[in-house]
Structures are given as C-alpha cells and as structure tokens.
Design a binder for this molecule. Structure first.
Ligand SMILES: *Cc1c(COP(=O)(O)O)cnc(C)c1O
Length: 376
C-alpha cells in the first residue's frame, strides 16, 4: 500500500533503524473469524487511537474492502480521517467519546455523517434539540458498571419511550476475566435495557466479551484488540493471527567481562563474560522503560534467529542492549535483525514482561519505524 506522509511518519529504509511490518491480510482474516463467530450479529471494528497504532487509514480501507460496515473511533478528528476515505453514509462511523456540548462539534459531526455515542442526558438533549442533527442517527451509551461514560440505567429507562437511538451500547469492565461475576451482572442489566428499547440494535461486547461463555453478542460486537492480533482470551492460547512484526538490525556487538555494568545507572552487572548487542530503538519508539532488565528484575526479551535474548540494563531513548551470549558466535553480525514483536513473540508476552497490557504496547508504537503494510 502506498504510504500517505500526512497520515503517519515512516522514514524510508536507509533512514529508519527499525522495521514495522503490518500484515493487513492477517487483520482481515481476524475480522472474518470474529464475524463468523458472532453471526448473525454484526461485527464492527474499533479503530480509535490510529487503529491502536497500526494506521487508521490502512486499517479502515482494508476492513471496508472486507465488508465491515460499522466503525468506532474516539475523537471527531479520527472520524473525519475515516470519512475522507468514504462518504457513503451507510458506512457508520461512531464517536465513542460523544460530543462536547458545543455547536461547533455538533456541526462537524452532523455535516460529516458521523454518529455520536451520547453518554449523558444533557448530551442527548443537546443533540436531539439541535436543528442540524434533526433525524440523524445516534447511539446511546449506558453505564452498567464502568462508571466512565454513559447515562445511568434509570435515566436510560426513562428515555426508552421517547428516544429512538440507532444503537444502544454499554461496555464490559473485566471481560478478559471470564470468571469475574461482574460480567454476568452487566449482561443482566443490559438485557433489561434491551427489553426497554425493544427493536433497537444493542451492543455490549469488546474483543474479550465476544469470547465469554454467555456469548453476549446481541446485535453488534465491537472488537479492537483482537483484530490487531492481541489475545482476547488471556488464559488460553491466542485464537487470533499475528498482525505486527517489529525488527531492528544490530548496530554493535561487544564482549564484556564479568563484573562490568550495562547502561544508565549501571542497573545490570554481568555475572559472566557476556556478549551484548545494541539496537537502535528505545522508549521513544515505544519499547517501554519498564521492559528494562536489571540485577533484581528480568525484563523483556527479543529473539535473534530463534534464540531468546534478554534486555539488559535500562532501555534508553533511542537504544536498547540485549544479552546475546547464548547465540552461537558464528550467527552474530551487525546488521542482522533482532525481533521484538512477531509470530513467536506476541504483544501480550512483551506487555507482560514490561509490566503493562498489549493495548499500551500497540498505542505506544513510535513514528520512526519504516512501516510496511502487507496485503497478502
Ligand atoms: C476500546 C473500546 C472497545 C474495543 O475494546 P477491545 O478490548 O480493544 O476489543 C469497545 N468498546 C468501547 C466502548 C471501547 O472504548
């Protein structure tokens, strides 16, 4: 796919120090597999935050072609980027963050056929009473436990006879933990709402919600993370295909003696004679500082030709050091690539070794990578 420089920085190969490969065919396969799983419910796609760092335009275009008809973004700016690609009002672009109570926001939303997700009674009144929004579709977000956005259940019930939303929705608190009793509670609340808004499409499940044993798919599901290859079932093998590969060539290889230290503040001390490889990416590129490996704490690791190579010392802004002592000497060479993410090193694995979740790994992916979008 050609790259639009306005949309995402992607320096060419000789200028970049790392390569990010985004497999749009795997993304589309992931969408089809979720769509099959939830049919006859509709499968939408959540493409907020630049499609979780992967590239909003590329993801939107690929999924549109695959047959996806409903998309969710967070901000108006993201909705406008998607609208530039298709003006077809049958392609629904929902704004999860709703609208600020400003006439300017409302004009933008109405004139670009974006669909706001209204999350409070004042927002609903503001939208429905404005002449610009007259008869335009909107969704209602109802709070069933997250206490983040959404009107309260009694407020929604009191609107059930007057409001005619195109969609009612709510959001799970802990759907990645199937044993959490909160899931069942939220499903029960949502069923009551659904009965009150009879005949109106309803949506509750995010990626992990799709895989809950109760199958709370209702009329439409809203996966994000699983589309991009994240594991929606953390206690089981990942049913999704890998979308993202991140590799960087080794800049330098060096030998150090036992007792020498590595990196800022000397947090790692070699216990044996060690071989180190330095690559040109760091926390400015989204390899979090919490992935650092110290004397006290093992950090994340990379893969060099299948060998596990732990990060040693602090991840710095533009550079990270890996312990490659266990790699056979003949295989090591500057310029050869070390993998940080890929089919054998998942987002979830890197995240847990960095003390965070895969969502943060994805949305932290930096702007200095050379990006390749693979279509097959
Ligand atoms: C982000 C988001 C989603 C997608 O969640 P995933 O866990 O990435 O599938 C769905 N619904 C709402 C309201 C969200 O904010």
């Amino acid at each position: 796919m050609t790259f639009n420089p306005e949309q995402k920085c992607s320096p060419p190969v000789p200028e970049a120090q790392a390569l990010l490969t985004l497999d749009l065919a795997a993304l589309v396969a992931n969408w089809h597999s979720l769509a099959r799983r939830v049919a006859p419910a509709e499968c939408s796609a959540v493409i907020k935050a630049d499609a979780y760092g992967i590239g909003l335009e590329q993801v939107f275009t690929a999924l549109l072609k695959a047959g996806c008809r409903s998309f969710f973004v967070a901000h108006i700016s993201e909705g406008l980027r998607a609208r530039r690609i298709t003006q077809d009002p049958a392609i629904k672009i929902y704004l999860l963050n709703g609208l600020l109570l400003s006439a300017e926001c409302l004009d933008l939303i109405a004139s670009h056929a974006l669909t706001p997700v209204l999350g409070s009674v004042p927002e609903w009144q503001f939208w429905t009473q404005s002449p610009q929004s007259h008869a335009l579709p909107y969704a209602l977000h109802i709070n069933t436990g997250m206490n983040r956005l959404g009107m309260q259940i009694p407020e929604a019930l009191s609107l059930a006879n007057t409001a005619k939303p195109a969609l009612i929705m709510s959001h799970f608190v802990s759907s990645e933990l199937p044993a959490d009793p909160q899931n069942e509670k939220q499903i029960k609340s949502f069923e009551i709402l659904r009965q009150a808004f009879a005949g109106i499409p309803a949506s509750l499940a995010n990626s992990s919600g799709i895989f809950l044993p109760q199958k709370p798919h209702f009329d439409l599901v809203r996966p994000g993370y699983a589309l991009y290859g994240g594991n929606p079932t953390p206690d089981q093998p990942n049913p999704m295909r890998c979308v993202i590969t991140l590799e960087a060539p080794i800049l330098q290889i060096r030998e150090i003696q036992a007792g020498e230290t590595v990196g800022y503040n000397a947090t790692w001390i070699a216990q044996r004679q060690s071989t180190l490889a330095t690559i040109g990416l760091g926390y400015a590129d989204g390899l979090l500082r919490s992935a650092s490996g110290s004397q006290d704490k093992t950090g994340a690791y990379g893969l060099f030709m299948g060998h596990k190579c732990p990060i040693v010392g602090r991840v710095s802004m533009d550079l990270t050091i890996f312990d490659v002592t266990n790699v056979p000497k003949g295989e090591l060479q500057p310029g050869k690539k070390l993998q940080i993410l890929g089919p054998d090193l998942s987002i979830d694995e890197l995240a847990s070794n960095s003390g965070t979740i895969g969502y943060e790994i994805l949305t932290s992916l930096g702007q200095r990578y050379h990006r390749i979008y693979r279509q097959s």
